[in-house]
Unconditional design. Structure first.
Length: 60
């Protein structure tokens, strides 16, 4: 079964160089695992990337 939902995993890169995957529909703030900088904050059911975070790619 293939389900198409709005929820995706995003690979984001922090300003410190760390890359990690975050859930686009996370309900809690996401912080960098290396430098602890905020990478994304929940907003209206979808996270918004912080300034220090760069979207590398959307994971299928
Ligand atoms: Zn970082």
């Amino acid at each position: 079964m293939k389900g198409r939902t709005k929820s995706q995993f995003w690979r984001v890169k922090c300003a410190c160089g760390n890359e990690q995957n975050i859930f686009s529909a996370a309900t809690t703030p996401v912080a960098c695992l290396v430098c602890n900088a905020p990478l994304a904050t929940p907003r209206g059911g979808r996270v918004q990337l912080a300034e220090k975070a760069t979207l590398v790619k959307v994971l299928e």
